[in-house]
Design a protein around this ligand. Structure first.
Ligand code: ISE
Length: 324
């Protein structure tokens, strides 16, 4: 059966999700689109029904599932509407602007007794991260003791405001560190360079592993994400972020992409296929609403740690049975 999908938000990520659904994903058809910019929605519609109201798209009878890729602040309300309508959704990260809002979404899903949301923490589908997880799980590096993350953007996106380096960017490391280590995060302390960029976040897990993350929003030279896991018997890390080497301009080496879309092209494609398949088979995969809540809750507490300079003891509450 073909899944009829409505896509809300057609910015950088929404347009890429639209392209993936149309060109690289079997078993799905885009039947509806919605964007705050009506001309943009019209230009990308290719026969899909154009909505100006995202709630009307979610309620539309012909829409079987929804991709939420509108601005961060809109995610929570749209995710709640999908749950109320009983429609599965792939919701871009972050799930919500506050932990309290994210928890309301978790509560709504739990009340319905069914996992409907997959959160777009797509690094879980990146082949390099997947291999690092497999190496750890096979005991290939012994017990992990450290995870070093580097997260560099060439320039902060123009829509960045306030502490978005944490709530929009660092949330990826919150999610992927839990996933890679199979641990929960227990404490965090943040150091900021003069001017506030880069940030250095050091977290401890419930098993005593140390997770260090550099979040550099204006690193200029390109988009660069790297991770190295250190175990008692070895280390595993990502190889250079390209598949070719070039000789040019008196240099030999790898190039860097301008942003995350080319770097994580495989992850986004695999994620979309996995989501469509998960909806078809009713077998949820990827980050759940609970994982989305945890990322937002930790981010909120990391922002406080940044503002106070104090070490935060992270509080999460208990995971509902739906997510075990
Ligand atoms: C963006 O929203 C992403 O999700 C990227 O993966 C991240 O690197 C970037 O900093 C975010 O703004």
């Amino acid at each position: 059966m073909t899944l009829s999908v409505g896509v809300i938000g057609l910015g950088v990520m929404g347009a890429e999700h639209l392209r993936l659904l149309r060109e690289e994903t079997g078993g799905a058809r885009v039947v509806a689109v919605c964007d705050a910019d009506a001309d943009r929605a019209q230009a990308l519609a290719q026969g899909a029904q154009v909505f100006s109201d995202p709630m009307a798209l979610i309620a539309a009878q012909g829409v079987g599932a929804v991709v939420i890729a509108s601005p961060d602040a809109t995610h929570a309300g749209l995710a709640l509407a999908c749950i109320a309508a009983g429609k599965p959704a792939l919701c871009e990260k972050p799930l919500a602007a506050t932990a309290a809002e994210a928890l309301r979404i978790v509560d709504a899903e739990v009340a319905g007794g069914r996992r409907l949301l997959q959160i777009g923490y797509m690094r879980r589908f990146d082949p390099a991260y997947a291999e690092m997880l497999a190496v750890r799980q096979a005991g290939g590096i012994g017990a992990p003791v450290l995870l070093h993350n580097i997260h560099r953007n060439a320039a902060a996106p123009d829509w960045f405001t306030g502490p978005m380096a944490v709530t929009n960017s660092f949330v990826h490391e919150i999610d992927i560190s839990r996933w890679l280590l199979g641990s929960e995060l227990a404490s965090a302390i943040v150091h900021a360079a003069p001017g506030g960029d880069p940030l250095m976040v050091t977290m401890e897990t419930d098993k005593g592993e140390i997770v260090s993350t550099e979040v550099f929003m204006n690193a200029h030279y390109g988009y660069h994400v790297h991770a190295q896991m250190v175990g008692r018997e070895g280390t595993v890390e990502m190889a250079a972020p390209a598949v070719t080497l070039a000789n040019r301009a008196r240099q030999h080496g790898h190039g860097f992409p301008a942003n995350w879309v080319p770097r994580f092209a495989d992850a986004y494609r695999i994620q979309m296929r996995a989501w469509v398949n998960a909806v078809a088979t009713d077998q949820p995969v990827g980050a759940s609403a609970w994982d989305g809540y945890v990322a937002t809750a930790v981010a909120e507490q990391v922002v406080t740690a940044l503002q106070t300079g104090a070490k935060a003891q992270l509080f999460l509450g208990s995971r509902p049975a739906l997510y075990t």
